[in-house]
Write a protein that binds this ligand. Structure first.
Ligand SMILES: NC(=O)c1ccc[n+]([C@@H]2O[C@H](COP(=O)([O-])OP(=O)(O)OC[C@H]3O[C@@H](n4cnc5c(N)ncnc54)[C@H](OP(=O)(O)O)[C@@H]3O)[C@@H](O)[C@H]2O)c1
Length: 237
């Protein structure tokens, strides 16, 4: 499905932050959106009025995920669609006190936050156009781990190590950039005012802050292997 706009894939692009990014990026991109569940049909229909959209069901828990990703990406390519960018958004943010984690919780946290983006990167890298940028969403917790979410913080630290590693493996054809985010869309259990007070700029981020950084990285052909911290200065408090 050729389009005049560049095609980007947002892995986890149909809910919460991924959905907000899709709405922003739809202004100047055609989009492939993935999720583990059925898409919200009315929302997708609205988005399709602005830009071409494709969707894939990619579930991190699916044992056949590797071959499904390969088949979907091969079908995309045979339709003439070449991906000019990829953003790994999917994640999970579980909280438990130290002492209460079990192997099942740990495995699902690490699978979704680390194994899944790695597998996606492996499937996507050979399919990305020359000069494309592969971008990962990390967390400001890579600088100061969240003690109630230590396995999450460790997974994001693992992703932070992947960024320069993948940049070396994929250069010079594809660039790799990470974004260590502060609070952008707080979950329902957290207090947005308190979270805002924990940053130098005394505010939470907005999906447009992240969309701007994603476009900046995509449009910066001399940038690779770097992590941009986008947290309103939270790491310095
Ligand atoms: N929100 C923030 O303020 C914030 C702050 C720092 C970092 N981040 C990072 O930004 C990213 C997005 O944040 P968020 O708040 O939108 O996260 P979230 O609520 O945890 O959203 C998770 C995303 O992952 C997908 N997902 C969930 N289970 C999945 C599975 N089994 N297989 C494949 N995909 C699955 C969801 O889509 P489906 O339900 O369709 O599968 C959804 O798109 C995450 O990586 C997070 O760590 C966010």
């Amino acid at each position: 499905m050729p389009s005049e706009k560049p095609w980007w894939i947002l892995v986890g692009g149909m809910r919460r932050l991924g959905r907000a990014l899709a709405e922003d990026l739809a202004q100047d991109h055609a989009l492939v959106l993935t999720g583990s569940q059925d898409a919200d049909a009315a929302w997708l229909e609205g988005l399709r009025r602005h830009t071409p959209i494709r969707t894939f069901r990619w579930n991190a828990m699916d044992p056949g995920l590797g071959s499904k990703m390969m088949a979907d990406l091969a079908a995309l390519e045979s339709d003439g669609t070449r991906l000019a960018g990829a953003v790994m958004v999917a994640g999970v943010f579980p909280e438990l006190p130290f002492g209460q984690w079990n192997m099942e919780e740990l495995e699902s946290t690490w699978r979704l936050n680390l194994g899944f983006p790695f597998l996606c990167a492996q499937a996507l890298a050979p399919r990305l156009a020359e000069g494309a940028c592969l971008q990962f969403l990390l967390d400001t917790s890579i600088h100061q781990p969240f003690l109630k979410r230590l396995p999450y913080s460790a997974a994001k630290a693992g992703l932070a190590a992947l960024v320069p590693g993948l940049a070396q493996l994929l250069a010079p054809r594809v660039r790799v950039v990470g974004h260590a985010l502060g609070t952008v869309l707080p979950d329902e259990a957290s207090d947005p005012k308190w979270l805002a007070s924990q940053s130098l700029l005394k505010r939470n981020g907005d999906p447009t802050d992240l969309a701007r950084a994603l476009r900046f990285a995509a449009e910066s052909p001399y940038l690779t292997g770097e992590i941009i911290t986008l947290d309103g200065g939270r790491r310095w408090i």
